[in-house]
Design a protein around this ligand. Structure first.
Ligand code: NAP
Length: 283
């Protein structure tokens, strides 16, 4: 039975994992970059203890690296010299191929992971209980990843209440480009397009009239900018592929409206209405 959990990066995702695993009886030790975050994490009951020193992870059976994508590899490089040989290391980064390639070569017991849950907030104050309940948790082993490490991470993901999926890192990145990373850009450009309206009175009126449709479609574009930049940098090729398909779709819709081909537009909207039902969407 895994008892000691280490979490590096006490923000939205790391803090939420800490809250849930403590409540399930694990001893949770946290490392974060700022002392004040460590104090706050202990005060909030996110972790049992915390420090800014990776060497304090020596007793961990499983370590979750929950820092921004750009720092995961360098943290893993520093972390592994402190761990016992059987320790399992996993991460929660939103892109998997570059992370899995880099960290697997540093630590054989590394398993890439991605809990598909979040909010528009970030940092230790954003950590909440039950963030992962009923959400997908993707685990992305390679052919060389030890089964015991994969099963250990999957067991913890199930304890968080998640639905566990297993696939290769490349498959993960292509799939999330369409359903997670493209929506960030589509949603951000939607807000940018509305903000570009030149008439200030009209912008003011639109801001007051904005309701549920705008709320739902603008949410992910209004989230943490750092995360948006990181997914674009790390999943650039797959995101560009999805954006190119998206641009083609947009052109098709524009063409229907320009030519006043309402029948063609209705046909397209009937197809999208039916296609949306195929996605497993929870609140
Ligand atoms: P976050 O709220 O900003 O939390 C990350 C925390 O890591 C920061 O609060 C920071 O705490 C700490 N940190 C930063 N650099 C560090 C370092 N070098 N060493 C130790 N701690 C460090 O971000 P998040 O939304 O939880 O995202 C974390 C990871 O989860 C990312 O890799 C992201 O791709 C992934 N993810 C995010 C979401 C989402 O919707 N947000 C969903 C799934 C996965 P300090 O206060 O100590 O600086």
């Amino acid at each position: 039975m895994i008892m000691n959990i280490g979490i590096v990066g006490l923000g939205l995702i790391g803090g939420s994992i800490g809250l849930d695993l403590r409540s399930r009886g694990f001893y949770v030790f946290g490392v974060s970059s700022r002392e004040e975050t460590c104090h706050r994490a202990v005060d909030r009951g996110v972790v049992d203890a915390a420090s800014v020193n990776l060497s304090d992870m020596a007793a961990a059976d499983v370590v979750f690296i929950c820092t921004p994508l750009g720092s995961i590899e360098s943290i893993a490089r520093q972390l592994v010299r402190h761990l016992s040989p059987a320790a399992i290391v996993t991460d929660v980064g939103s892109v998997k191929t570059p992370i899995v390639q880099a960290v697997s070569s540093l630590w054989p017991n590394f398993v890439g992971g991605h809990p598909m849950a979040g909010t528009a907030e970030s940092g230790i104050e954003a950590a909440v209980r039950d963030l992962f309940v009923g959400r997908p948790y993707v685990v992305t082993p390679t052919a060389e990843t030890p089964a015991v490490a994969v099963e250990g991470v999957e067991e913890i993901a199930r304890l968080l209440g998640s639905d566990v999926y297993r696939c290769g890192p490349e498959e993960h990145d292509r799939a999330v480009a369409g359903i997670s990373h493209l929506p960030i850009v589509a949603s951000a450009t939607l807000v940018a397009a509305c903000a570009k309206e030149g008439d200030r009175d009209l912008v003011n009126l639109a801001q007051h009239l904005a309701s549920s449709g705008f709320r739902d479609t603008s949410r992910v574009g209004g989230g943490n900018p750092e995360l948006g930049v990181m997914v674009a940098r790390y999943n650039r090729v797959e995101l560009l592929r999805s954006l190119s398909i998206y641009r083609d779709c947009l052109d098709e819709f524009i063409s229907c409206i320009e030519s006043e081909d309402w029948q063609a537009l209705e046909q397209k909207l009937k197809l999208t209405q039916a296609a949306r039902k195929n996605y497993k969407l929870s609140n």
